[in-house]
Design a protein around this ligand. Structure first.
Ligand code: FNR
Length: 390
């Protein structure tokens, strides 16, 4: 069966994950799929959604359902955002542009990672929809300021500052698989790649592993001993504080979300430091294992911030009904990483399209079954934590 045929038989994100697993060399699949340490947070991010029940209304006329929302000041067709993911070309040659094209078709906001494999100017030229650049405050503040200027010139609508990576998370699957970035060509990795011919040829040419947005820095260092990966690794700054957020907010002057915080206190600090929103996130369970599931923190963060700021629930979403639960708890929107990456790996742009279609259909069906015809009418009473039974 061809790839399109296989995609049309996919019923949910879990099916797409299985397709991606078949298509990718194991070390590459595990790089997407895995989390830190014992992967407790990775599992909890999703299973926590099952700990909320949806309490429906009936007879509310759900012949038409309003799903439009505003995110980073931009209109979106429904409140889902594509989270930033690095090294996207490693999963499919279509890379970021394939993902962004699918996002545009679905009227969604796309976010490009600093560690992406497409230049932000090329992404902006190809993608007319709402777009956010995921930024880090690097040791070289000049490089961060340069990103801000490039994002302004290219017409990005917002920035998401990732703050949960003072050091790299401990991803043990990558160690067991001997994954290095870029992958080293050993006999073992060659055999693993060669068994996946659709994936491996560009990989063997090395073209999947370019941090396109920072490669000029390494050109500038050409002749020195540093590789691009070493250069980036050396740029993460453990000394960052909220003062640095104030600096970035002033430098940018537009919508800014802090990505990777967990508590109402930090959410308040984010807004006081000049951010316009927060992404409640533990980096998809890839950084601090044992961190709470984002969905469990959403209500407290919303209560702390009041109605104005964007509160984005990031991580663990595998069903459209998960988005409904997060919204009822107070989120403005949700964001997804792995669901669209599984789709990309399984079938390129058509695979991303399938992932987004499935989530959208599930989202609308859940709203109809919950008797909610406008997401603005979703309230906390529509969800409740599972009752513990005697
Ligand atoms: C990520 N994530 C991420 N976050 C970020 O701020 N910058 C980045 O470069 C990356 N790269 C990245 C690569 C891969 C392969 C994954 C799976 C994730 C985290 C991402 O933005 C998001 O927080 C999580 O993916 C959300 O969890 P789910 O949706 O994957 O469960």
């Amino acid at each position: 069966m061809g790839r399109t045929g296989r995609l049309s038989r996919v019923n949910n994100i879990a099916d797409l994950r299985m397709l991606a697993r078949r298509r990718l060399p194991r070390p590459i699949f595990d790089y997407i799929d895995g989390g830190a340490d014992d992967e407790v947070s990775l599992a909890r991010n999703s299973s926590a959604f099952a700990d909320y029940e949806i309490v429906p209304d009936v007879l509310t006329d759900v012949s038409r359902i309003e799903t439009g929302a505003t995110l980073f000041g931009e209109a979106v067709d429904w409140p889902l955002m594509l989270a930033p993911t690095g090294l996207t070309r490693m999963f499919h040659d279509g890379a970021e542009l394939a993902v962004a094209r699918a996002a545009a078709r679905h009227g969604l906001l796309y976010s490009l990672s600093t560690l992406g494999t497409t230049r932000l100017e090329d992404l902006a030229a190809a993608f007319g929809g709402p777009k956010v650049f995921q930024i880090y405050i690097f040791k070289d503040r000049g490089l961060t300021a340069e990103f801000v200027a490039r994002c302004k010139a290219a017409g990005f609508h917002g920035l998401a500052l990732t703050v949960d990576t003072p050091v790299a998370g401990n991803r043990e699957r990558d160690r067991v698989n001997g994954l290095s970035l870029p992958p080293r060509l050993t006999l073992k990795s060659f055999l693993s790649f060669a068994a996946h011919p659709g994936w491996s040829l560009p990989a063997l040419r090395g073209s999947k592993f370019d941090f396109a947005n920072v490669s000029h820095k390494v050109d500038a260092l050409a002749g020195g001993p540093m590789s691009l990966f070493d250069y980036i690794g050396g740029q993460f700054d453990r000394s960052l504080t909220w003062k640095d957020v104030e600096w970035l907010a002033a430098e940018w002057g537009g919508p800014l979300a802090i990505k990777g915080l967990m508590t109402p206190e930090d959410a308040r600090r984010a807004i006081a430091s000049g951010a316009s929103g927060v992404m409640v996130s533990n980096h998809g369970g890839r950084q601090l294992d044992g961190a709470p599931a984002p969905v469990d923190q959403v209500a407290a963060v919303r209560d702390a911030l009041g109605d104005g700021p964007d509160v984005i629930c990031d991580g663990g979403i595998r069903r459209g009904s998960d988005v409904v639960k997060a919204l009822a708890l107070g989120a403005t929107a949700c964001s997804v990483g792995r669901p669209y990456l599984y789709g990309l790996a399984a079938g390129g742009e058509a695979g991303v399209d399938r992932a987004l279609t499935l989530l959208r259909e599930e989202f609308e069906r859940t709203l109809a079954l919950a008797g909610v015809n406008d997401i603005a009418r979703l309230e906390r009473r529509h969800v409740r934590p599972l009752l513990s039974r005697p």
